[in-house]
Write a protein that binds this ligand. Structure first.
Ligand SMILES: C[C@H](O)[C@H](O)[C@H]1CNC2=NC(N)=NC(=O)C2=N1
Length: 100
């Protein structure tokens, strides 16, 4: 069982992950992406899927044509944990600079 994120780490979230927001009504973080078209969005999702397998940490996400919404929370912790922070940082690292 992994520990939930502590208060200090939560307070740091806006600095650690400035592109992510705390999801309303969930102990989770989310980021929205917009791409040039579906193909670019799907290509990004394929790369995130590989990251999720590598981290053994899987997003709740949705795609509508060129838009992708990724929500991260840790089911094993009942909310946010360090795994979400690590996964969000890994996603940020592969997100193209040209997200529209
Ligand atoms: C058995 C397996 O390691 C677990 O179910 C992993 C897989 N991916 C996961 N993903 C997320 N988001 N939370 C988890 O607690 C989680 N647990």
């Amino acid at each position: 069982m992994i520990r939930p994120l502590d208060t200090a780490a939560r307070a740091e979230l806006p600095h650690t992950l400035p592109l992510w927001q705390v999801a309303e009504g969930r102990d989770a973080i989310l980021r929205r992406f917009r791409f040039a078209d579906f193909s670019a969005a799907w290509g990004f999702m394929a790369r995130v899927a590989l990251l999720a397998e590598k981290h053994d940490h899987h997003p709740e996400w949705s795609n509508v044509w060129n838009r992708v919404e990724i929500l991260l929370t840790t089911h094993d912790a009942g909310g946010l944990s360090e795994r979400d922070v690590a996964m969000a940082q890994a996603i940020d690292a592969i997100a193209p600079g040209t997200v529209l």
